[in-house]
Design a protein around this ligand. Structure first.
Ligand code: THU
Length: 168
C-alpha cells in the first residue's frame, strides 16, 4: 500500500517567495496610475454570466499602457480572463515590447472592488511566466484590493517550479 509517510531519501527544496503588502498611498505615482487604469478597465469587462468584472493594465517598456478585461461567452470555457486578454493583446499589438508591470483589479457581483487583492488563476500565471521569460526582465505584478495591495517583484514569485519551453 502507498504510505505517504515513508520516504526513502528526501531532499527538501526550500523555495522562498516574496509578496509585499502596501496601501494605495504607499504606491509610486506610476503604480497609482496603473491601478486606476486596471480599475477603470473593469467597467468595460464583458461578464454577463459571472458578473465578476476583472480589469488589467500592462505597462510596456515602449511607454504604452494597454488595458484589457475578462471576456465571457455563453459557451463558458470559450471566455478568457482579463490577464490573458491583456497580455495577448499587448503581444499582438506590440510584439517587440517587454511588459514591465501588470496590474489587476476586480469587482465582485455586488459591483464593489474586492477587499482582498485579486488572485490570478493558474492558466494566467503560466502566460505571465512566459511573457516575463520572453521579455528577459522581471515583470512586476500589482494585485489590487481595497483592504491592501500586493506587489510581487517577479512572476517567479507567483509561479515557482514552472513549466517552460526548456522542457520541450
Ligand atoms: N477572472 C479573471 O478575468 N481573472 C482572474 O484573475 C480571476 C477570474 C474571470 C474569469 C471569469 O470571467 C470570471 O472572472 C469569473 O471567474
Amino acid at each position: 500500500m502507498f504510505n505517504v509517510n515513508h520516504i526513502e531519501s528526501m531532499e527538501e527544496l526550500d523555495l522562498h517567495i516574496t509578496v509585499i503588502k502596501k496601501n494605495e498611498d504607499e504606491l509610486t505615482e506610476e503604480e497609482k496610475q496603473l491601478v486606476e487604469q486596471a480599475k477603470e478597465a473593469t467597467y468595460r469587462s464583458y461578464a454577463p454570466y459571472s458578473n465578476f468584472r476583472v480589469g488589467a493594465a500592462a505597462a510596456l517598456d515602449n511607454g504604452v499602457t494597454v488595458t484589457g478585461n475578462n471576456q465571457e461567452n455563453s459557451a463558458y470555457p470559450s471566455g478568457l480572463c482579463a490577464e490573458r486578454t491583456t497580455l495577448f493583446y499587448a503581444n499582438a499589438r506590440y510584439p517587440e515590447a517587454k511588459v514591465k508591470c501588470l496590474c489587476i483589479a476586480a469587482r465582485d457581483t455586488s459591483g464593489q472592488f474586492t477587499k482582498r487583492p485579486i488572485a490570478p488563476c493558474g492558466a494566467c500565471r503560466q502566460v505571465m511566466s512566459e511573457t516575463e521569460d520572453r521579455g528577459g526582465v522581471d515583470m512586476k505584478i500589482i494585485l489590487y484590493g481595497t483592504d491592501g495591495i500586493y506587489i510581487i517583484r517577479s512572476v517567479k514569485d507567483l509561479l515557482p517550479v514552472s513549466f517552460d519551453s526548456s522542457f520541450l
